[in-house]
Design a protein around this ligand. Sequence first.
Ligand code: UT7
Length: 324
Amino acid sequence: MAVYSRIAGTGSGLPEKILTNKDLEQFVETSDEWIASRTGIRQRHVAAEGETTCDLAERAARAAMEAAGVTAAELDMIVVGTTTPDLIFPSTACLLQHRLGANGCAAFDVNAACSGFIYALSVADNFIRAGNAKTVLVVGAETLTRMLDWSDRNTCVLFGDGAGAVVLKADTEAGILSTHLHADGGKKELLYNPVGVSVGFKPEEKNAGVRVLMTGNEVFKHAVKALDAVVDETLEANGLQKSDLDWLIPHQANLRIIEATAKRLDMPMDRVIVTVHKHGNTSSGSVPLALDEAVRSGKIQRGQLLLLEAFGGGFTWGSALIRY
Ligand code: UT7
C-alpha cells in the first residue's frame, strides 16, 4: 500500500518586537505609502538582541508538535529550512533537536533561501514515502533582519523574522500529493549575500559585506514567471484543474507577486492566504507561518486542496500540492 505524508500539526514562532513602516521612515528615506503600495507590507517582526533563529524555530516546533500530539521521542527526523542559521555549524536542526530532547534522530538544515521550507518539506516527504521515516518535524526559520543593511532602502523595508513548522506523519491516505523543486544558479547576482566561509569574512570591514543584495525589479520578473510555470506543472502532474484548488498559500515576498500567481490560477484573493502585510518577507518562515495562521483561524479545513509555492535566492523555486 502506498505511503504518504500528512500534516499532523502546524505551529508559528514570531519575535515580539514589531517594526512598522512608520518606524522605518524615522531612519531610512522611505514612506509607508511607498512600501505598502509596492509590496503590501505594513509591518514586520524583528528578533530582539540575542534572540536567534533556533529560538523562533523552537517556538514553532513546540506548537506544531502539540497540535499534532507528537512527543520528541517519536521524531525520526528534523529538517530545518534556513539561510540564517545560528551558527555555521552545528546546524540549526541539531541545536533544535537537543532543545526539544529528540537526541538521536537525524537532523539537518536545508539552505534554499526563501524556498527553504518547500525544499525541506519535499525532502521530508520523500523520506516518508520511501519508508525511511514515519514522523518528521519540518521547520522554516529565519532571522533575515540580522543580515540587512538598515541604510539600504532597497532591501531593509522588505524582510522580517519568524518561523513556521509542521509535523508530517506517515499515512495511507494522501497527504502531500506532489512536490516540485527547481533552481537556476546562473542568476546568483540578482539576489545574494556575498559573505561566506571560504570566500573570507572580511572582519576588518565591520559588517561591510554581511547584507542582502538584490536587484528587486529583475527578481520580481523572474519570480512571477517561475511561479506561473511551477503552478502549471503542479496541476498538470496531478491531472487537476485550477478550479480544484481550495487555497493558495504563497511565499510572502510581495503582494503584487502573490496577486499575479492568483490571477494565473483564476483564484479570487479570498482564497489566497496573505500575511505579508503583518510579517514582511520572512524567507523560509513565510509559507509555514501563513499555513499555520490559516489552519488556526479555521480557514483551512481537513480534506481541502492546498497549493504552496515559493521563490528565492539561488534562484530556487518550488511548490507542494497537499490534501490537508
Ligand atoms: O523572497 C525572495 C524574492 N524576492 C522578491 O520576490 C522581491 C521581488 N521584488 C520586489 O518585490 C520589488 O521589485 C521591490 C518591492 C523590491 C521594488 O519594487 P519595484 O516596483 O520593482 O521598484 P523599483 O526597484 O523598480 O524602484 C522604483 C523606485 C526607484 O526610484 P527611481 O529610480 O524610479 O527614482 C527606487 O529607488 O522606487 C525607489 N525605491 C524606494 N522608494 C522609497 C526603492 N526602494 C524604496 C523604498 N522607499 N524603500
